[in-house]
Design a protein around this ligand. Structure first.
Ligand SMILES: *[C@@H]1O[C@H](CO)[C@@H](O)[C@H](O)[C@H]1NC(C)=O
Ligand SMILES: *[C@@H]1O[C@H](CO)[C@@H](O)[C@H](O)[C@H]1NC(C)=O
Ligand SMILES: *[C@@H]1O[C@H](CO)[C@@H](O)[C@H](O)[C@H]1NC(C)=O
Ligand SMILES: *[C@@H]1O[C@H](CO)[C@@H](O)[C@H](O)[C@H]1NC(C)=O
Ligand SMILES: *[C@@H]1O[C@H](CO)[C@@H](O)[C@H](O)[C@H]1NC(C)=O
Ligand SMILES: *[C@@H]1O[C@H](CO)[C@@H](O)[C@H](O)[C@H]1NC(C)=O
Ligand SMILES: *[C@@H]1O[C@H](CO)[C@@H](O)[C@H](O)[C@H]1NC(C)=O
Ligand SMILES: *[C@@H]1O[C@H](CO)[C@@H](O)[C@H](O)[C@H]1NC(C)=O
Ligand SMILES: *[C@@H]1O[C@H](CO)[C@@H](O)[C@H](O)[C@H]1NC(C)=O
Length: 440
């Protein structure tokens, strides 16, 4: 397999990116991105993939699909007018224009004080040797992004329920919030519900009667591998106009609902709309149109964000947390790609316009900006600011002491999820700022 072509990156004089590691993929051809598609899909499935090596064998065969991506992408990119998109203003200040600056204060929790950090994201415990990545804060050019204020958060959420709906990155985000809250409230949340697979979980902070729930729903919409519509078990079927019942069933409970999705769309799927098979993303053997995953992503987002505010019983605010970028360099996740940087990128660096991250984010912005009821929906746009944080991923420290003599097995890099404490804590600063603007 060919290795990603790499942008050599540019040296700079500002303290960013001085670790001699080449820049992430930026000029890679779309075919390469197409490969990343599976890379990410499998990355999310990593624990499974590592056990079921058969997935690796499927991989090269799958890469050939969707050869028209380039034309499709180019058309989509041309159709958007970026300068027409509204900015992300907070009292006249664009929160997204800014840079990561050194911050002595650092995180409010650690692996010692919070036991809600998932093993694969517990970089401190796993022995990541550098800790500089925890000492940066996002500084908008013309104002401050307030630090997470637990008092304010609790004032807004006392007696209420916040739900995270999405994939493993949504859970990564939720755990950072649990850690932050459990410190300042000096109260351990109690797990009051979990399903058998630990996919849907509910936590309760008794003294303030605040509840956080997380729902595993990586597409937000209903998906099944089961036999359905005459198509046998084993083919993934995605229903673009059906909200996923796993969270929809609880809709009346949510005061703040944080939705996110992305990487799972890169997997093969058959698409249904109005109960009819209308196309797919890569489906050899089926005589139907390959509509590509961007199509499904856009349709589902449109459906979710338009339908939610209209749902009977939904009284809350829905927040779309935008696409989370990865930072594999010098390869992919399965052929030695890594993320060795220890400092953020220079703030002038932008997401390459031919990347999946750019396109997924652009679709999110486009759908969000066209909403009829923006009063009920907000967007927390973490994509560009997180793109500047190649230093924030576990890398090899997804495993405990990966370079020790005791470690057995292959050292796998994770440049997709985030170390916590880490940049995800800033996502929570942004969530709270959004809640302050919308709920007060
Ligand atoms: C970004 O800033 C660095 C350092 O100031 C500079 O060397 C580089 O050329 C800039 N890159 C772009 C794309 O402006
Ligand atoms: C690719 O695009 C061309 C021209 O737009 C079209 O004729 C062809 O059917 C497409 N192929 C696939 C596999 O979608
Ligand atoms: C893009 O949007 C800007 C701001 O709304 C507008 O001035 C400009 O004419 C638009 N460009 C195109 C090509 O539509
Ligand atoms: C936390 O991480 C440090 C290393 O950074 C380690 O020495 C310590 O044992 C860890 N504690 C827990 C509770 O995981
Ligand atoms: C935190 O929020 C509370 C309640 O709104 C407010 O009284 C307090 O001043 C805030 N603290 C900071 C440091 O902004
Ligand atoms: C706690 O909050 C729930 C809603 O999340 C509410 O139904 C319940 O009455 C509250 N309990 C108390 C004791 O305030
Ligand atoms: C969904 O609602 C049911 C019924 O009220 C409740 O038992 C369950 O805990 C909720 N699930 C989550 C993850 O909050
Ligand atoms: C959905 O399908 C039904 C019957 O299959 C049809 O009557 C209806 O017009 C379709 N609706 C849309 C929006 O396509
Ligand atoms: C594929 O579908 C088209 C349109 O429904 C039909 O004309 C064609 O014969 C089908 N091809 C095969 C191989 O079934």
């Amino acid at each position: 397999m060919t290795v990603q072509r790499l942008d050599p990156g540019s040296p700079d004089s500002s303290g960013y990116g001085h670790d001699g590691i080449s820049a992430p993929v930026s000029n890679a051809k779309l075919l390469h991105h197409k490969r990343l598609v599976l890379v990410w899909a499998l990355m999310v499935l990593l624990p499974l993939a590592l056990v079921r090596l058969s997935l690796f064998h499927v991989y090269p065969e799958r890469m050939g699909g969707d050869r028209n991506l380039s034309a499709e992408l180019q058309q989509m990119i041309q159709s958007v007018n970026l300068s027409a998109l509204p900015s992300h203003r907070s009292g006249g200040c664009d929160l997204l224009q800014g840079e990561w600056i050194p911050d002595e204060v650092g995180p409010t929790y650690s692996n010692e004080t919070c036991n809600h950090i998932q093993g694969h994201q517990n970089c401190l415990k796993n022995g990541r040797p550098d800790n500089g990545y925890m000492f940066w804060r996002w500084k908008p050019d013309d104002c401050e992004l307030p630090r997470f204020n637990t008092t304010l958060f609790i004032e807004l959420m006392r007696g209420k329920l916040m739900a995270f709906v999405g994939d493993s990155i949504a859970r990564n985000h939720m755990q950072a919030l649990l850690c932050t809250l459990s410190q300042a409230m000096i109260e351990k949340p109690i797990k009051t519900y979990t399903d058998e697979g630990d996919r849907h979980v509910r936590w309760w902070f008794p003294s303030n009667n605040f509840t956080v729930s997380t729902f595993w729903s990586p597409y937000l919409a209903f998906q099944t591998d089961d036999e359905s519509h005459g198509i046998e078990k084993g083919h993934s079927k995605l229903f673009l106009d059906k909200l996923d019942p796993v969270w929809l069933a609880n809709i009346t409970q949510f005061d703040v609902l944080i939705l996110s999705s992305g990487q799972w769309f890169f997997k093969n799927n058959l698409f249904f709309q109005n109960n009819t098979l209308i196309g797919c993303h890569h489906c050899p053997g089926f005589n139907i149109t390959n509509l590509g995953f961007y199509f499904a992503y856009r349709e589902i987002l449109k459906h979710v964000l338009v339908e939610l505010p209209k749902l009977q019983g939904f009284k809350g605010l829905a927040i779309l947390r935008s696409f989370s970028p990865d930072h594999f360099e010098d390869g992919r996740w399965d052929n030695g790609g890594s993320c060795k940087r220890t400092v953020p990128f220079h703030p002038n660096r932008t997401i390459p316009t031919d990347s999946l991250t750019f396109e997924m984010h652009r679709i999110q912005r486009e759908v969000y900006d066209c909403l009829e009821r923006p009063d009920r929906v907000a967007m927390v746009d973490v994509t560009q600011i997180s793109y500047l944080r190649p230093d924030g991923h576990p890398g090899p420290y997804r495993n405990f002491q990966p370079f020790s003599k005791e470690f057995v097995g292959h050292v796998q890099n994770d440049c997709l999820h985030w170390c916590i404490p880490g940049p995800v804590d800033t996502w929570n600063d942004m969530v709270l700022e959004t809640m302050r603007q919308r709920l007060i």
